[in-house]
Design a protein around this ligand. Structure first.
Ligand code: CA
Length: 231
């Protein structure tokens, strides 16, 4: 079955060109030319992937993404003319799976689309069988071999230390870990610094996971530390 892709792009010539290329690859394609129409369309119909321009009339691409995430986990690749690290970070934080800067080579876009669609099917399988090196919690999947974290197939960009912290908590599910223990695991035993750096990483993880996906995964145990409980 052909994957359904929504192209959100106000430059109609570029939208049309991308549409033709995607149709050539046998994708089923629809287009939206402004933020509001895009959000409506993305909520009304189920797409396998959305290509979302950031600079849009009506609602910005980022706003479309934020509102979409309140309802749905449709994978999103952001398109932008601005090669800005801030956009990239904000976009990934808001739940985009990937990011491509315009002007892009169509081959690169096609490659990224294939990867994004692969993540989606990986998330959709929801296999109960434990895979080697994979830790899960609800729709969260931490792959220790590939060093990736995703939620329902959508990649979550974490720093090394955020990744280590999440992994430690998932491995020790239902065990309250003190700040000192977490600090040792995440920063190494010879780290000399404030234990409140642990709180900073917890805040980052909550911003990237709990707040984006509307869950309470990382629990604070007052005076003791942090824990991830079994679902
Ligand atoms: Ca635009």
């Amino acid at each position: 079955m052909a994957a359904k892709i929504l192209i959100v792009e106000d430059e109609e010539k570029l939208a049309r060109f991308t549409e033709l290329e995607l149709q050539h690859e046998n994708y089923e394609v629809r287009k939206a030319f402004d933020g509001r129409a895009a959000l409506e369309e993305a909520l009304r119909n189920d797409y396998d992937l959305i290509l979302l321009d950031i600079m849009l009339p009506g609602l910005s691409g980022m706003e479309v993404l934020r509102r979409l995430r309140q309802e749905k986990n449709t994978p999103v690749i952001l398109l932008t003319a601005r090669d800005s690290v801030m956009d990239k970070v904000a976009g990934l934080d808001a739940g985009a799976v990937d990011y491509i800067t315009k002007p892009f080579a169509i081959e690169e876009l096609l490659a990224r689309i294939r990867v994004a669609l692969k993540f989606r099917s990986a998330g959709a399988e929801k296999t109960a069988a434990a895979e080697e090196g994979v830790l899960t919690w609800q729709a969260l999947r931490l792959d220790d071999v590939r060093k990736t974290v995703s939620w329902d197939g959508q990649r979550i960009a974490l720093t090394n230390r955020e990744f280590l912290m999440l992994k430690t908590l998932l491995e020790n599910r239902d065990i309250v870990l003190s700040r000192e223990t977490l600090l040792d695991r995440v920063c190494g035993y010879d780290y000399v610094g404030e234990t409140n750096i642990v709180d900073v990483y917890v805040r980052h993880l909550r911003a990237k996971i709990d707040e984006v996906y509307g869950v309470k995964m990382l629990e604070t145990v007052r005076g003791a530390g942090y824990v991830i409980r079994s679902e």
